[in-house]
Write a protein that binds this ligand. Structure first.
Ligand code: UDP
Length: 478
C-alpha cells in the first residue's frame, strides 16, 4: 500500500562510539534497504565530537535524530565517577522522560525499541507503551554467552568465581582463563561490575538480541546461543547475527587526517601498521614511550594515534575526538623527526575505517574493542592484540586462539595483572606480523574472513537474510 506510513522503529544507544556506531548502521540499513522510518534517540549528556560529527554527517530523510533533553546533572559529580558508573548514571537520568518523548513523536508508534546493553532502564516505559524491546549487544557473541550465563554462574553478583584457579566454563563455549576476566570482573571495581551485572541480568527480558557478528567469525558462540539453556525455565531470546556492520562513511576528515590518507596513498600495499586503541584507550606514559621505541626499532611503516598518557586505561572515553594539544609532547624526543620517512602520528582520533579499508594498511595494533575487530576483519586486516579494558582480553584470546587473525602482545600477567611490554618485544612482534611467516598466515585468514563478511551481507547471505526476516516481522506486526 503506497500511502500507508512506513513502519517505524526507534533506537536508543548509550554514549560512546562503540555503542552508537552499530545501532546507527542498523538504523541506516532499515531505512535504506527495508523501507523503514527510524527515530534515533541521542543521549546528549555523554556525546562527544566524534559521535556528533558521525551521526550528522550524511542525513537521511527517514532517519530522525532526536536529542533527549539534557538532564540536570552536575559536571563535578560526573567527573568524580568511574567510566561505567558515569555512563549508567547519564543514561538513567536521560531516559526519565522517554515515555512522554515517545508519546509526543509525530510518527506511528514504534514497532520496536532497539537499545544497547546499558539502556535496560527502558523496560517499564516500553511495557506501558506496549513496545517490544530488542537489545543490540554491541560486543562479541562470546561475551553475550558469558553475560547470559552470568546470573547462573554468579547468582550472588559478587564476582567470586574469578578467584577459582580453573577456567570458567560457559555452556557450549570455549573455557575462559580467569586472568582474562580480571579486568571485566575486578575486585577493585566491584561497583562497576554490579552495574554491568544488573544490565546483563535483564537480557532475558528482551524480544530479541542483535549481534554484530556472523557464523564464520564466531561459529562456536553462535551455535551455543541457539542451543544451550542459559536460564532456568526461560528460553534464551532469539539471537540475530547481522554483522559485519561498520561505519559506511567517515565524517568530514580533519586536514591532518586527510594528509594521513594522502600519505597512505603513496605507500606499498599491506605495508603500514595502524596503531589505535579505540575511542577511549590510553597507555601509561612509560608504556607509550616503549611502544614508540618498538615501532622505531622495527623500521616498519606505521600510522600511530596518540593520546595523552594516563594510568587509567579508558581515560579518553568521554573526550573522543577532542584533539590533544600536541601529541609530540608525549613521545620520545626526536621520534617524529627520526620516523618521518616511515610513519605518521595522528593526534587523538583517526578516521579508522578509512585507514583500515586502505590498500596500504597491512596490520592493526588494536585494543580489541569489538567494533575495531569487526572493522579490521571486514577489511581483511590482521591484528596485534593489545587488550586494555572491559572484555578486550577475551576478544584477544578468541582472535588469536580460535579465529587465527591476531597475535597477542603479552600484556596480561599470570595473575591477571597488566604487564608493561618493552621495546624489544614490541619490535619483534611488529616485525613478525609485518614481514614474517606468522604475518602471512594471519593475513591469509583475514582475507578469507573479508570475503565471507562481504558474502554474508549481500542479498541471500545469512546476515542480510536475518535482518530481512526481523524487518519483515516488524512490518507485519500491528
Ligand atoms: N575510532 C575511530 N578513530 C579512532 C579511534 C576509534 O574512528 O581514532 C572508532 C572505531 O572505528 C570504532 C570505535 O571508534 O568504530 C571504537 O569502538 P570499539 O568497540 O573498537 O572500542 P571502544 O572505543 O568502544 O572501546
Amino acid at each position: 500500500n503506497e500511502s500507508a506510513p512506513k513502519p517505524h522503529v526507534a533506537f536508543l544507544p548509550s554514549p560512546g562510539m562503540g555503542h552508537i556506531t552499530p545501532l546507527y548502521e542498523l538504523a541506516v540499513r532499515l531505512v535504506t534497504q527495508h523501507n523503514f522510518q527510524v527515530t534515533f534517540f541521542v543521549i546528549t549528556a555523554g556525546s562527544t565530537i566524534a559521535q556528533d560529527s558521525y551521526i550528522t554527517a550524511y542525513p537521511l530523510p527517514d532517519l530522525h535524530i532526536v536529542d533527549l533533553p539534557l538532564p540536570n546533572v552536575s559536571n563535578q559529580v560526573l567527573d568524580e565517577m568511574t567510566t561505567v558508573a558515569r555512563l549508567c548514571y547519564v543514561v538513567e537520568q536521560s531516559i526519565r522522560p522517554l515515555r512522554s518523548v515517545i508519546n509526543g513523536l509525530k510518527r506511528p508508534k514504534p514497532k520496536a525499541l532497539v537499545i544497547d546493553m546499558f539502556c535496560t532502564g527502558v523496560f517499564e516505559a516500553c511495557k506501558d507503551l506496549s513496545i517490544p524491546v530488542y537489545s543490540f549487544f554491541t560486543a562479541s557473541t562470546f561475551l553475550l554467552t558469558f553475560s547470559l550465563y552470568l546470573p547462573t554462574l554468579d547468582y550472588k553478583g559478587d564476582g567470586e568465581f574469578v578467584d577459582q584457579p580453573e577456567p570458567v566454563k560457559v555452556p557450549g563455549c570455549t573455557p575462559i582463563r580467569t586472568q582474562d576476566l580480571m579486568v571485566l570482573v575486578p575486585k577493585s571495581m566491584i561497583n562497576e561490575y554490579k552495574l554491568w551485572f544488573m544490565h546483563v541480568s535483564r537480557l532475558s527480558m528482551v524480544s530479541g538480541i542483535f549481534v554484530n557478528s556472523w557464523e564464520d567469525l564466531e561459529p562456536v558462540s553462535l551455535e551455543a546461543v541457539k542451543h544451550e539453556p542459559f536460564f532456568v525455565d526461560i528460553p534464551t531470546p532469539p539471537v540475530y547475527p547481522i554483522g559485519p556492520l561498520t561505519k559506511q562513511v567517515e565524517p568530514v576528515l580533519s586536514e591532518y587526517a586527510k594528509e594521513t590518507i594522502a600519505w597512505l596513498d603513496e605507500q606499498p600495499r599491506d605495508s603500514v601498521l595502524f596503531v589505535a586503541l579505540g575511542s577511549g584507550g590510553t597507555l601509561t606514559s612509560e608504556q607509550l614511550t616503549e611502544l614508540a621505541w618498538g615501532l622505531e626499532l622495527s623500521q616498519q611503516r606505521f600510522v600511530l594515534v596518540v593520546r595523552k598518557p594516563s594510568d587509567c586505561a579508558i581515560s579518553g572515553f568521554f573526550s573522543a575526538g577532542r584533539d590533544v594539544d600536541d601529541p609530540m609532547a608525549y613521545l620520545p624526543d626526536g621520534f617524529v623527526e627520526r620516523t618521518n620517512r616511515i610513519g605518521r602520528v595522528v593526534s587523538s582520533w583517526a578516521p579508522q575505517v578509512a585507514v583500515l579499508s586502505h590498500m596500504s594498511t597491512g596490520a592493526f595494533l588494536s585494543h580489541c574493542g569489538w567494533n575495531s575487530i569487526v572493522e579490521s576483519v571486514k577489511y581483511g586486516v590482521p591484528m596485534i592484540a593489545w587488550p586494555l579494558y572491559a572484555e578486550q582480553r577475551l576478544n584477544a584470546a578468541m582472535l588469536s586462539d580460535e579465529v587465527g587473525v591476531a597475535v597477542r602482545m603479552p600484556v596480561v600477567g599470570e595473575g591477571g595483572e597488566t604487564v608493561m611490554v618493552g621495546r624489544k618485544e614490541i619490535e619483534s612482534v611488529v616485525k613478525a606480523v609485518m614481514e614474517g611467516e606468522d604475518g602471512k598466515k594471519l593475513r591469509k585468514r583475514a582475507k578469507e574472513l573479508e570475503a565471507s563478511g562481504r558474502e554474508t551481507l549481500s542479498r541471500g547471505g545469512s546476515s542480510y537474510d536475518t535482518l530481512a526476516r526481523v524487518a519483515e516481522s516488524w512490518s507485519i506486526k500491528t
